[in-house]
Design a protein around this ligand. Structure first.
Ligand SMILES: [Zn+2]
Length: 104
């Protein structure tokens, strides 16, 4: 059975890691992703890359940034503002993961 530890949570959602199987769940608004650690880092990189690529190029509220998921038939679409908030959450979760590694 999964035993989750909170990596980060705020009004948009949360990121938790299972102490048993190591999976990470990222819940952001209405979407929940279940990722292994490598997928978590890939997802974080994709979010950051898309943010850097689109900032200063599109209106912050245009919902035009697509991020793919492990299922090719499902992708997520963001405006710059939402993507920035997700990136913040992933950065905080990443920091918790790093701290966890340092103290374990
Ligand atoms: Zn588990």
């Amino acid at each position: 059975m999964c035993r989750y530890k909170i990596l980060h949570h705020n009004e948009d959602g949360y990121a938790v890691k299972c102490n048993e199987c190591g999976h990470i769940k990222v819940c952001y608004k209405t979407v929940v992703l279940t990722l292994d650690e490598e997928m978590f880092y890939e997802f974080r990189d994709a979010v950051e890359h898309n943010y850097e690529t689109h900032r200063d190029r599109i209106c912050p509220h245009q919902r035009r940034i697509h991020i793919s998921t492990a299922d090719p038939s499902v992708s997520m679409v963001f405006c710059l503002t939402d993507l920035e908030r997700l990136m913040h959450m992933l950065d905080e979760a990443h920091m918790s993961l790093e701290i966890e590694k340092l103290i374990s």
